[in-house]
Design a protein. Sequence first.
Length: 202
Amino acid sequence: MDRSEAEAIYDAGREVVVEVLLAMDRRIQQLEARVEKLERQLAKSSRNSSLPPSSDSPGETPRRSKDRSGRKRGGQPGHEGRGRDLLPACAVDEVIEHWPERCGCKYCRGMARNLFKAWPALWTFAAHKGVEPTNNHAERALRGAVIYRKLSLGTQSEQGERRIARLLSAHTTCRLQGRSLFVYLTDALAAHARGDPVPLLA
């Protein structure tokens, strides 16, 4: 509403001004109620509601575990175990080796075939120092991309998926190398504009 419209309402008389003010007050109350409802929804997280942790925003403070003693889970050093003690070798009368018979089910055959193919890679960590025995590092590196895909619902196009995959790959590589993603993207765009080869991340 501009000044001319306000003056026209004022000139229309007392009743018109009162009706306009009441309508504006009702509208303000509706908007305030809507803002309050939206603020309550935004304030919800996995810490104060039944929402899963994956629904939290990237800036949300991670949920603390209930145990704040600083100790690791499981038995503590010096704790007496409750397992069954093995007999000493001198007390064993006979050792009987029991091997299962060959199984002909498809599940076991498939599992054995996959193990046979991956058998050399399963023990690489034992022969080469510095190789991790699990792929936990790779799984943690993918966690950010998985959360992004879930929150953004994807790009809904194949070209957009390729673009996001390349950007996320560049982001993770720059983070591991201690480089600035902004500087790398600026150099890449400048090189593309000049017709030069794109700088490598390796």
